[in-house]
Write a protein of this length. Structure first.
Length: 237
């Protein structure tokens, strides 16, 4: 079943805490967008030690999307921060690709899920040798750094091509997900949709926004039920 994850860009811990509390009860996961002002020009709250204490109070599981240079240098703090999934960018390892193998074992041995993100122009083939250890392939559908950007349609081809080759490997898409694009990414096989602006700036509020996106999930990825499932549904008259 396709999952919706609210994506949070926060400049302070208070803002982060507020945005997490707003989605509790509507989502099982929340994504923390962590930006260092170097890998991307934007800068966000970025303190895994502070998270360690506070995240225990939250009723959502956290995935940390590390848009930072040299993520291996802070991976231990993120592993110990209480997050359940760590997403690193392939592009932040260029020139140090040996480090991917190093940190994937650390993350998974700590019982966390490990995901590698690729930017719109990066082919999924770069992940080939790591795929068996990657839990989720994370495909950016905007250039990383900011919310509210326009969805990049060409990434649909990359998602579809990857899922044709690896139908069992989960794909998360992130960037420009809204009522116009949710159906498109689900139709090509996306398993997890991360959305920021559509959820946090929705006129009817967070719950309505997530419900609207889940409506696309029902439409494009209906739960598969056996005959007993059909037997319980009222026959169309
Ligand atoms: C961009 C972030 C995305 C972004 C999503 O660097 O990784 O998570 O915040 O925001 P929207 O859904 O507004 O594109």
């Amino acid at each position: 079943m396709v999952e919706i994850i609210p994506a949070i860009i926060a400049k302070s811990f208070d803002e982060l805490h507020e945005k997490i509390k707003q989605v509790e009860g509507f989502a099982d996961w929340a994504q923390l967008d962590i930006m260092d002002g170097k890998f991307v020009s934007n800068k966000t709250w970025n303190n895994p030690v502070e998270l360690k204490v506070e995240s225990k109070k939250w009723k959502v599981k956290i995935e940390a999307h590390l848009m930072i240079m040299e993520p291996w240098k802070s991976i231990n703090e993120w592993i110990e921060s209480g997050v359940k999934r760590i997403i690193v960018h392939y592009e932040s390892f260029i020139g140090h690709l040996d480090k991917i193998g190093e940190i994937v074992d650390k993350v998974k041995n700590a019982g966390l899920e490990f995901s590698v993100a690729i930017n719109p122009a990066t082919p999924w083939s770069v992940l080939g040798s790591y795929l068996d250890k990657i839990d989720i392939v994370f495909m950016m559908t905007v250039e990383p750094g900011f919310g509210g950007q326009k969805f990049i349609e060409t990434v649909l081809l990359k998602v579809g091509d990857f899922k044709n080759n690896f139908p069992e490997k989960r794909v998360e898409v992130d960037g420009g997900i809204n009522v116009e694009t949710a159906g498109k990414v689900i139709a090509v096989g996306a398993d997890i949709l991360a959305a920021g602006s559509f959820i946090y700036k929705h006129r009817q509020g967070i719950g309505a926004a997530i419900k609207e996106l889940k409506g696309f999930v029902q439409k494009f990825d209906p739960p598969v039920g056996g005959d007993e499932f059909l037997a319980t549904k009222p026959l169309p008259h």
